[in-house]
Write a protein that binds this ligand. Structure first.
Ligand SMILES: [Zn+2]
Length: 347
């Protein structure tokens, strides 16, 4: 690949006049200013047939190789071996080199504005754990619940790649009252940048109508996901009637400590029974859900737990503290409740 490295410089004469970024070298990181559908390269290095949103606004990409005409990039958001190609012209127009300080890539779209380079190597950890656990758990419904840990809550309004091309080519023209697309992807990884903007702001993004991120509550870095998944597997192993083979598997995960206590739903304080979320139990498909103590915060073990689906619906997308505020205002308006509350709390 050495020849690519040299070619990337574009020659001395060119590099003097070229815009910053033209001297991209293998291993360097660049950040695109817009989401754009790209065709991942096949193993022979030629572009594959179908387009996907491999280039995402604000998501760092590592330079893999390139020549005078094009640059090959691997995005943090892609599967490990996926590489896409952009012409040098597009590269100069759409990508800016990311500063790397002490192993951290400066990536303003990410919480804290930083992303450690080692996160690239940790992207498979959580999914490997989940797939092993899913094989062992021996029940279709429980398996489905496990796999949900890897998925973000998508937006069905997100513009597909063909919507994107129709809009950009002018084949699709929007009426004044018509909206197209959503800033949230329909499917993405948890380390896609979190986004919370209105449609007007979204319309100003350079890649519009292509999506740009995921809901903040779904966000975490690969290393955090592996930790959160481990903790949630431990909770599942502590469900009443958790399958013994599954419990044995979880106990082998480094860092996993299974106590004898049964896992309780943090909303209602009652236990969670693994049998009630098995395929055999039928009607109870949403008996358990991943609950967020604060739905606006990310996917972290401090913020998440396995709880009852009914309890999650009672919380209804509000934070726990919002619900406490509801109680406080109810009591202020109806002081007769205060005595009832005191009694219930044993105060
Ligand atoms: Zn509950």
């Amino acid at each position: 690949m050495e020849h690519n490295n040299n070619a990337l410089g574009g020659g001395a004469a060119q590099s003097r006049t070229a815009a910053p970024g033209s001297t991209a070298s293998n291993g360097e990181f660049y950040i695109p200013d817009r989401t754009c559908p790209r065709r991942p390269l096949k193993t022979n290095g030629t572009p594959g047939k179908s387009f996907e949103y491999a280039q995402i606004e604000g998501v760092p990409c590592r330079v893999v190789s390139g020549d005078e005409a094009s640059v090959n990039l691997h995005s943090f958001i892609s599967d490990t071996n996926t590489v896409f190609q952009v012409s040098r012209e597009e590269f100069l127009e759409q990508f800016v080199q990311a500063e790397v300080v002490d192993g951290f890539i400066r990536a303003p779209k990410y919480p804290g504005g930083l992303l450690h380079v080692s996160e690239f190597e940790k992207r498979e950890e959580a999914s490997e754990l989940i797939h092993k656990a899913a094989k062992i758990i021996g029940d279709e419904s429980l398996e489905k619940k496990l796999k949900q840990l890897l998925q973000t809550q998508g937006s069905t309004h997100a513009a597909t790649v063909s919507d994107y091309f129709d809009f950009k080519s002018g084949a699709k023209v929007l009426k004044t009252t018509e909206n197209l697309g959503d800033s949230i992807f329909n499917r993405s990884k948890r380390w896609c940048p979190p986004v919370d903007i209105d449609h007007e702001t979204f319309k100003q993004t350079k890649g519009f109508p292509a999506p740009i991120g995921i809901r903040p509550k779904d966000f975490c870095m690969p290393s955090e996901l592996a930790q959160a998944v481990t903790a949630l597997l431990v909770q599942m192993a502590q469900f009443e009637n958790s399958p013994p083979a599954f419990v044995a598997f979880v106990s082998t995960i480094p860092g996993a400590v299974i106590s004898q206590e049964v896992h309780l739903c943090k909303w209602c304080g009652t236990l969670v029974d693994a049998r009630k979320c098995t395929a055999k139990y039928k009607s109870e498909t949403n008996y358990i859900e991943i609950c967020h103590r604060d739905p606006n915060k990310g996917f972290s073990i401090e913020n998440m737990y396995w709880g009852h689906g009914d309890c999650n619906r009672r919380q209804g997308g509000y934070t726990e503290l919002d619900r406490i505020d509801d109680v406080v205002s109810l009591i202020k308006m109806n002081p007769e409740y205060l005595e009832i509350l005191r009694r219930k709390l044993g105060l």
